[in-house]
Ligand binder design. Structure first.
Ligand SMILES: [Zn+2]
Ligand SMILES: [Zn+2]
Ligand SMILES: [Zn+2]
Length: 250
């Protein structure tokens, strides 16, 4: 049985990664309009129909964070080596770029139908993700031996490595300062009444978690392993997104 084919509903096109229907979502773009994108949450990828439509407005990126948070416990798929364009079925071409926050990659259609980007590389491109500092690394090592790669979902032994052995993505976190700046800009524009500084502080506290509190949480999880399997191995970028969204709601 192929479960991926059973849940095809009339939504978006098939995901190039796993073949299930992608979900159509709409976000604000840089010109004040809306951009429709297709997302596969289990594969953690976004399909943009054209290269230009990757220009989400900062508010659109915050909305994307909220959606990622909602789907945080979804089963995660690894992406296959070869993926086909959802429009023309030709093999997507792996494309590498360098941006301020480091190397980014995406898969694009050679016929220009669009591109497939992982959440991680999209956030890196938007400079919402940065490498882990040494201080953060030593704090995290006090409570975890392994984290999940934000790029491919594979395990990283943080006692040995500072990058993923599979996809080479460095240990990364959601940048609290970038989130704070974005929320500040949004608050000015829309008077949302959320305190960007408080949200950034909550994110930093979640990252530099108190070891005793973290151990207590791990003991809780060990007793009830199926309640939130996502939390058992930590993806630091997803943890940052969750900390942000939770602080946002308070
Ligand atoms: Zn997928
Ligand atoms: Zn195509
Ligand atoms: Zn990886």
């Amino acid at each position: 049985m192929t479960p991926s084919n059973d849940i095809q509903i009339a939504a978006g096109p098939a995901c190039p990664g796993c073949g299930t229907c992608m979900q159509q979502e709409h976000f604000e773009n840089l010109t004040g309009g809306e951009v429709g994108v297709e997302i596969c949450y289990p594969c953690c990828v976004i399909w943009f129909d054209s290269l230009e439509s990757a220009q989400l407005a900062p508010g659109g990126v915050i909305e994307l964070f909220k959606k990622i948070h909602v789907h945080r416990a979804d089963v995660r798929h690894a992406l296959p080596e070869r993926m086909a364009c959802p429009r023309c079925k030709q093999t997507l071409k792996l494309t590498n770029d360098i941006v301020k926050s480091g190397p980014v990659s995406y898969h694009r259609c050679v016929q220009n139908h669009g591109r497939l980007t992982s959440f991680f590389h999209f956030l890196r491109e938007k400079e919402f993700v940065r490498n882990l500092t040494l201080r953060e690394l030593s704090s995290i090592k006090e409570r975890l031996a392994e984290v999940r790669c934000s790029g491919c979902g594979g395990p990283i032994d943080i006692t040995q490595d500072t990058a993923c052995g599979h996809c080479r993505a460095p240990l990364s976190v959601l940048d609290a300062r970038a989130v704070e700046k974005t929320l500040e800009a949004l608050a000015e524009r829309k008077a949302r009444g959320k305190d960007p500084v408080r949200i950034a502080v909550a994110m930093k506290e979640a990252l530099l978690d108190d070891p005793a509190r973290a151990r207590a949480r791990e003991r809780r999880l060990a007793k009830a392993p199926d309640t939130d399997s996502w939390a058992q191995t930590t993806d630091l970028v997803l943890s940052g997104i969750s900390a942000m969204v939770k602080a946002f709601r308070k």
